[in-house]
Design a binder for this molecule. Structure first.
Ligand code: PEP
Length: 251
């Protein structure tokens, strides 16, 4: 039996205004009155973190950020630090999302620094990895993931990584409507778990939650969750509407 608690995480990306964010958050809290089996997280844009904390406080929804910088303070114009995030009630932070790797020059080295800084501030990182379509077509999926995982979490202690969450998000499935089949996703999740076992041992590998991300919807979540190594989902588009997201939460 798995000892891993499932997790359903929503990434609102660069969507919504403040009134829209507050409205969806309130609707979601109303819909999630029954204790979910999964941990639930919403990551809105940074400017909405504090107002949303007031809505999510003492509910089943935890707050996450979509990015963080690796220093605690300093002359880094436009950046947000781990202590800033914890000070507004953040519990989680998404790190290394493929959109940031693709459009914001996020590198494996920077991602590792961000994971380290987040953990040092007691934030739980949701560390994203995933191959592009071209990499999959060139049969490079496993080597790409091997490198992303190793570089992102090298030279940590097992204790530092005890709460880390990994999100496997094939880039070709994000926002495209194409979902990896449950077999394709399971194969990659098992590969990532075996890699964690190789580097950090069986105990950590058994405990680490690995989420799937890429066009998850109410209609495919149950199938994905039925697979041995899929512990939850990171959801973009389908997290923007409270009703749709709540159906995924209560899969
Ligand atoms: C994501 O942004 O992490 C994601 C998986 O997006 P979508 O669910 O829209 O594919």
């Amino acid at each position: 039996m798995t000892e891993r608690k499932p997790m359903i995480a929503g990434n609102w990306k660069m969507f919504k205004t403040l009134p829209q964010a507050l409205g969806t958050a309130r609707e979601l809290v109303d819909l999630l009155k029954k204790p979910p089996v999964a941990d639930v997280m919403i990551a809105p844009a940074h400017v909405f973190l504090q107002p949303l904390f007031t809505v999510f406080e003492s509910t089943y929804v935890a707050l996450g950020a979509q990015n963080v910088f690796w220093e605690n303070e300093g002359a880094f114009t436009g950046e947000i630090s781990p202590p800033m995030l914890t000070s507004v009630g953040c519990k989680y932070v998404i790190i290394g999302h493929s959109e940031r790797r693709q459009f914001l020059s996020e590198t494996n080295e920077n991602i590792r620094k961000k994971i380290k800084a987040a953990i040092d501030s007691r934030l739980i990182p949701i560390f994203c990895v995933g191959e592009t379509e071209a990499e999959r077509d060139a049969e490079k999926t496993f080597s790409v993931l091997d490198k992303q995982v190793r570089k992102g979490i090298e030279k940590f202690s097992r204790d530092e990584l005890k709460d880390l969450v990994i999100a496997y998000e094939p880039v070709w499935a994000i926002g495209t409507g194409k979902t990896a089949t449950k077999k394709q996703a399971q194969e990659i999740h098992a590969f990532i778990r075996s890699l964690i076992e190789k580097i950090y041992g069986n105990d950590l590998a058994k405990k680490m939650r690995i989420l799937y991300g890429g066009s998850v919807k109410p209609t495919n979540i149950a199938d994905l969750m039925g697979m041995d190594d899929i512990d939850g989902a990171l959801i973009g588009g389908a997290s923007l509407e409270a009703d749709t997201f709540s159906k995924i939460v209560y899969y």
